[in-house]
Design a protein around this ligand. Structure first.
Ligand code: ADP
Ligand code: ZN
Length: 753
């Protein structure tokens, strides 16, 4: 500051559920350290808080309190990223400070606490100490000082010195690995002056050990080539250009991404690739690593906090040109973005369903626009809304209508299970699995329900085991011998009699993947059987191990949930069996049909990707439902036509915009009361604003209770987005809801259960 009489004022956001931003004065000695994107410690009420500096502010009112400390030597976000955070905070009606906090890697957050320090004169002073910030990992690196004194040394030290002589320098862990050097030996060598040591920062690299072979890109087919032509033309413009890449399963979409990204890197820009969490497999990362020499960072929930923090810093420092990640990678601190790919754009996991309820697929378009980048939304089963946007020209449409190398789509047969409820496999299905196994093909068996049995019922009293905290039944897990709630993990040991009436006449009903696996083992004792669901893949690397088993042919039959449906390329799979296609169809949600169609199409797409053709059998109670029959016929256009008609009649997207208010609390009455207060307020504001938004509800949510919290919903439907946001903003500014009830605003809800 040039004028010392004017205080230097900054605007900050705090990571609290508050809409406002706040102003603070910066003491002169800190002024050179404060810029947009650093964190500062500020007094806040009686507390001290970490706050994010947004920029220069204005003095509001008389009193401005002073910044206590500056916490970062370098900004954590840029002005352009801040603009993106602001957009997201505004659109999803979520506090800016919390948006910024969730955009930064976990573990970076610093907390402060008081600590007493003893003064030289004997007194004590309270001092602010900062803790909890993720540590940078360092390692000792050793260099030889004296040339080749090996003659006088014993065998192991001599080996270490020879190794160092050849390498020039090596880290402690490398020396341990290569020469079996422990800390004591290194210390001795150092004390004797044979080696010097220096401490250096290192990255925790989740892929350190792997070596990647260079691949030879295949020659593109005509549709791939024309997609690339259009993308290349768009990239030359260096301006926002959004595309829908609609390619059937196995049509070579990933190859199109790789080529477009190569183009972007050649132009000196960077690429952000989003994939659904469970499709982010080593197989995919390997494909990128063997194609590109540039730095690649990977962000997903399987990383430790330390690994994620290091990947984040490599990106922030401009050391990588490609970031591959799940949902939250949309906030990766990548600069000069030239392309954003959203693979499997229809996938529900792009939506964060708690807290800051953003949708990474939608934000990709926003970030792409701000960065002047190309955005590719890729899928075999695009969202109805995406296809509609492509139809009306808001997205460029790129199509890959056929599989690569002209491989045929698999042959699909529907098996009607009505009236045959107690069999896991109809005879046709069992025979097909048997035949495929006998012929040496691999089979995938899909069921979107984990566990052994979905509920336990008493034949005498009719009692059903339910979760006391959630309004759902408990699922029996045989290996654990327990009945488990899939929402809150509440679990009880399996009872031998009905807990209600003591009868021994209790039956396990409904079938999950664990039971399917057991039946497969019984029916096909010679087959090597694997299972992939959340129960079998919770350990680190377990997911990758199962996938590798299928890839390398050590698994004959793989049973799994939707985890096996996503994006994998298994050339050996010649049979796919859908044990039941009906679970998602019966959900009380307007996307039930769309989700069922997507899931069945994706599962079908796993068959016949190699040289042998594939067969698919689908057991269903709803063979005539358009979601099932159109998926079986590989008929996206037909499904789209019927689904769009349903959406038009019922008033759902793309014909309306939705927002859901979810009220929850531990007391049913308080939640009901708050819900009716909220809806009256909405109706009053609607009148005042002359808004045309429809206010529906409150209703009891389909999942009426989760983790002990009762849930009520109000649905807002609007033809226009502006109208909807005006009403929501007014509501947020004036709603008075008791502290015992939580209210969440979900803009563009993806499921409404
Ligand atoms: P998708 O992402 O559409 O499911 P992929 O990009 O994974 O399809 O392609 C499926 C397989 O076909 C991969 O093994 C890929 O290497 C291969 N492939 C892609 N394009 C071609 C091509 N033009 N010619 C031959 N093989 C190809
Ligand atoms: Zn529960």
């Amino acid at each position: 500051m040039t004028n010392p009489t004017l205080p230097h004022i900054i605007d900050v956001a705090v990571p609290l559920p508050l809409d406002a931003t706040f102003s603070y004065a910066v003491p002169p000695e800190l002024v050179p350290l404060v810029t947009t994107g650093v964190r500062v410690l500020v007094p806040f009420g009686k507390r001290k808080l970490t706050a994010y500096v947004l920029g220069t502010g204005e003095q509001r009112g008389e009193e401005v309190r002073q910044v206590i400390a500056v916490l970062d030597p370098e900004p954590l976000f840029t002005a352009q990223e801040l603009e993106f955070f602001r957009w997201a905070a505004g659109y999803y009606l979520h506090p800016l400070g919390e948006v910024i906090k969730s955009a930064l890697p976990a573990g970076i957050n610093i907390m402060s606490r008081k600590q007493n320090r003893r003064e030289p004169n004997g007194g004590t002073v309270a001092e602010e100490v900062l803790t909890g910030g993720r540590r940078v990992k360092t390692e000792m690196f050793y260099r030889p000082v004296m040339p080749q004194p090996t003659g006088v040394l014993r065998e192991k030290p001599a080996r270490i010195m020879t190794f160092l002589g050849a390498q020039g320098e090596a880290s402690a862990s490398r020396l341990r690995h290569e020469c079996d050097a422990d800390a004591a030996i290194l210390k001795r060598l150092r004390e004797r002056g044979y080696v010097s040591a220096i401490e250096r920062e290192v990255y925790r690299d989740p892929f350190r050990a792997e070596v990647f072979r260079h691949d030879t890109p295949p020659a593109l087919n005509d549709s791939q080539a024309s997609a690339i032509d259009r993308l290349t033309a768009a990239l030359k413009g260096d301006a926002f250009a959004p595309f829908l890449l609609h390619g059937v399963t196995g049509s070579g979409k990933t190859e199109v991404y790789l080529r477009a990204i190569a183009e972007v890197i050649d132009r000196g820009r960077t690429a952000l690739v989003l994939v659904p969490e469970i499709a982010l497999t080593p197989q995919l990362v390997r494909r990128f690593k063997s194609r590109f020499d540039c730095g690649i960072a990977v962000l997903h929930s399987g990383l430790s906090d330390g690994e994620r923090f290091d990947e984040w810093r490599r990106i922030r420092r401009g050391e990588v040109s490609i970031v591959i990640g799940a949902r939250s990678a949309i906030f990766a601190p990548l600069t000069r973005i030239g392309i954003i790919v959203v693979d499997e754009e229809h996938d529900g996991s792009y939506k964060q369903s708690e807290g800051f309820r953003y949708n990474a697929r939608d934000l990709a378009l926003v970030r792409g626009k701000q960065a002047g980048a190309c955005v590719i939304l890729g899928s075999a089963t695009p969202l109805v809304t995406s296809f509609h946007a492509a139809h009306s020209g808001r997205l460029g449409y790129l199509q890959l209508p056929r599989r690569v190398r002209d491989l045929p789509m698999p042959e699909v047969r529907l098996l009607d299970v009505r009236g045959k409820k107690n069999e896991t496999f109809l005879p046709e299905m069992a025979a097909a699995i048997d035949l495929n196994f006998a012929c040496g093909g691999q089979s995938l068996l899909f069921l979107n329900r984990r566990g052994f049995a979905t509920y336990l019922v008493c034949n005498d009293s009719g009692h059903v085991l339910r979760c006391p905290n959630c309004s759902i039944t408990l699922t029996y897990h045989q290996r654990r011998g327990r009945h488990v709630c899939h929402y809150c993990d509440y679990a009880i040991p399996a009872p031998s009699v009905c807990p209600e009436c003591g009868s021994v006449e209790i039956t396990l009903l409904g079938c999950g993947t664990e039971r399917v696996e057991e039946e497969v083992r019984t029916l096909f004792p010679a087959a090597r059987v694997g299972r992939m669901d959340r129960d079998t893949t919770s350990g680190k690397g377990a997911h990758a191990r199962v996938l590798r088993g299928v890839e390398e042919g050590t698994v004959d039959i793989l049973v799994g949930t939707q985890m096996i449906a996503k994006g994998h390329d298994f050339p050996g799979v010649t049979l796919v069996g859908v044990v039941s296609a009906d679970a998602t169809l019966n959900l009380p949600d307007f996307r039930a049909a769309e989700r069922t169609f997507q899931l069945i199409s994706q599962v079908i797409g796993r068959a016949g990707r190699g040289d042998a053709p594939g067969t698919v059998l689908i057991q269903t109670m709803n063979p005539d439902h358009y979601a099932v029959s159109r998926a079986a016929a590989h008929d996206f256009a037909g499904f789209y036509g019927e689904e769009l008609e349903f959406r038009r009649e019922a008033g759902y997207p793309p014909f309306t915009h939705l927002a859901a208010l979810v009220l929850s609390g531990n007391g049913a009455e308080a939640v009901d009361q708050a819900a009716s207060v909220a809806s009256s307020l909405l109706l009053r504001l609607k009148k005042e604003l002359k808004s045309r938004v429809e206010v529906l509800g409150p209703v009891v949510a389909p999942l009426a209770k989760i983790r002990g919290r009762y849930r009520r919903q109000i649905l807002l439907k609007s033809a226009g987005r502006t109208d909807l946001h005006r009403l929501l903003a007014a509501f947020r500014g004036s709603a008075v809801i008791p502290a015992t009830v939580r209210i969440a605003i979900d803009v563009d809800p993806v499921d409404m259960l």
